[in-house]
Design a binder for this molecule. Sequence first.
Ligand code: ADP
Length: 220
Amino acid sequence: MIKLRQVSKIYENNIIALDDISLEFREGELIILKGVSGSGKSTILSLIAGLLKPTSGDILVDKKHISKLPDHFCSQYRRDNIGFIFQKYNLIPTLSVQDNISLPLVPLNLDEKELHDKLESVMNMFTIAHKKESMVKNLSGGEQQRTAIARANVNNPKIILADEPTANLDEKLSREFIRILKKLKSANKTIIVATHDPLFFDLDFVDRIVEIHNGKIVCS
Ligand code: ADP
């Protein structure tokens, strides 16, 4: 479903972030992208999300060439297919839970009922409906995490990308994230988690661990 074919990414000053990598991710797979900081994990996620273009090589999602899409199609592709969970959540602290979660839906101009149904469904799934009117800045860490995950899922994307999701979390919240990950996996999402947190390395519901070092795949 997701294919990277001989992909290289060279940033300014000739920094080689990815060096001729080929990878495939099947529908419904949960993959851990493992590697130390600077190894190229975020670059892979940004390429799959259509946020970056490769310097060379191809990226195909459902046989569509993401790497060749013009920018305005990239945002539509992202809206329809991708849920991104960021390390620092990227929530807007002065907006309510439901306003944060509804942000990805704004361009869709849904009618009120459709909007309400989508929000209720995702807020219930991630147990945050009871806080829907609260401002994000007044939430606990766990509630903020569930709000960010609900926002990433509100479009019902097929693909979930998580970049170092537990980097700022204590052990309890990290384990909570793992529980949510299992739930997403059982909803048949294709999930790629970029991390160097050992907590992810021996989970029985992970399909594969792909290891990256200095922009090259060392184990997949
Ligand atoms: P990771 O997610 O594993 O920490 P990254 O994909 O963020 O790795 O980075 C891979 C390499 O590319 C690193 O050397 C990093 O410094 C470099 N890099 C990442 N983004 C940029 C950028 N926008 N401009 C220049 N170099 C970058």
